[in-house]
Design a protein around this ligand. Sequence first.
Ligand code: COA
Length: 250
Amino acid sequence: MSEHIKVEHRGAVQMIRLDRPEKKNAITRAMYVAMTEALKAGDADPAVRCNVFLGVPGAFSAGNDLADFLAYSTDGAHGSEAFDLLEALARSEKPIVSGVDGIAVGVGTTIHLHCDLTFATERAWFHTPFVDLGVTPEAGSSLIAPLLMGRQQAFALLGLGEPFSAERAKACGLIYDVVAEDELEEAVFHAAERICAKPPEALRIARDLMRGDREELVVRIREESRLFAARLTSDEAKAAFQAFMTRKKG
Ligand code: COA
């Protein structure tokens, strides 16, 4: 349970909302647990036909809580919560639609690689500064992003850590569509309802075919997770987390 994850059912749609606006929806360990539980519960519930991920106005998510990363880098207090969510996403049984307004950093971007349709507003931007933080790509992104976007765009995203605008994200296949801010939730919900109206078994088979081998993805997520965890204790990462936590705001 986390007060920062709100789960709501609208008909056959399960809405999972990140709701920690004061920290730009930075994701804590409790939030990962709550999202994993909701996703698995939705997959197990025959009344749910589609899962939806949403943030708050201006922030889908600022990524993993850097205070948690800093704690791990100094005292090893890291759990498997993030990786449990990533595996649940990789193994998800039902279509996932997401909506992004504003920032989508780190896992706030890579989560959408596991979604079937992602809508973003014009002011959305996608940023994975893993290397700049001294860490490495996660969430299966090193496997999915090159397939989805081509090697060079994937390198710009995951290697150079270039922020991608919504338009650029759409042009390279990272997201499905760009909509106005006041139309985002309606667009997401409408897409989810269209999914719910399809014959579920045929859609499940079609989705499984398109997503390919889940085991290969899970193996990659585990390999990335091992490397990521090792990098968290590196001097490069410690310095980057410390710099963020102690920065002075202008
Ligand atoms: N972890 C922990 N706290 C975070 C956070 C994160 N990932 N991202 C933002 N916050 C907190 C800030 O510390 C600040 O808290 P405070 O008001 O108590 O000082 C609050 O959220 C608002 O963030 P702020 O930086 O003031 O907002 P902004 O609009 O100026 O900038 C970002 C937004 C996302 C660009 C900036 O916060 C940022 O770069 N965050 C880190 C993103 C990141 O590196 N994530 C990890 C990826 S692996």
